[in-house]
Design a protein around this ligand. Sequence first.
Ligand code: ASP
Length: 348
Amino acid sequence: MSPTQPRILLIYTGGTIGMIENPVTRALEPFDFTHLIDNVPKMKMLNYRIDNISFEPPIDSSDMNPQHWVDITRAIEQNYDKYDGFVVLHGTDTMAYTASALSFMLENLRKPVIITGSQLPIGEVRTDGEENLITAVQIAAARTSDGEPMVQEVAILFEDYLWRGNRATKRSADNFNAFKSHNYPELAKIGLGINFHEEALMRHSHSPHTPLKSYCNLNTSVMVIDLFPGLRPDILRHQLATPGVKGIVLKTYGAGNAPTAQWFTEAVKEAVERGVVVLNVTQCVNGSVSRRYAAGNALACAGAISGGDMTTEAALTKLMFLFGAGYTPRRVSELLGVSLRGEITLHP
Ligand code: ASP
């Protein structure tokens, strides 16, 4: 191996990219890593050192859970010094949740963690998996002119774009461009070359020698409540009083608006007074929570915390991470408004 040959660790969790059709049910099922890699002979042309770790068995990402995120985090932490970059192969369904969770679980990350997958299995003639895999590996190996890793964060590579992981959302079940970050620009545009947007990439102010710190405690006492006209007071109260719940992502209308009826604001206020953190994020894919309308202001007065322009995936996993780190509800509420990993846009 030449001293400059990039060293990449592939972590295969499953997903469509490695699936094959069950001959009886005709449904796609996860399959092993050897099948996947045998279908990408072009990988050898890269002349990188590529090792792999595989979930046993590989899973459909609908089965992804926080223990899997811990397994991925540990795999990266244990191999951090041995590799230049990491590529996680993952199903698209929960990829944005995994990307968000990993971004919080890996602090002081100075190397690329690139998550990718595909819409068509790697064995299919028109697969998008081969291109996604090869591009992800190239991005994981990319360096700046100073020789530093080009990407120093968790990112999702899919088809034409590289997105910040905790800003991306799955937007299509059948388009090859399956992901989009609606509130943050792309980190790179993929065309004839890989055109990095350096001004959008995470750059750390701390010393490059600050060690990676991983957080493997996630608290899953969280839930999402999606508002809709007709939501009944008894049902909302029941949800807000779910035993053991510590944090709730409340998905509201437009710029963070909710019913102004007294029963609604009182129900939220009571939950907040019981110590539940209620985090207000918008149902819109683009834009931010604000106090522009009385309907949003009332919710803020009831004690709901603004989630700004965070995605639901980032909001939920940030709550899991902050409660898992042992912070009090008051401190969790403060940190929700701080950009920990570039997940929220802060306005002066
Ligand atoms: N159900 C699959 C998964 O998330 C979908 C995909 O990979 O595109 O594992």
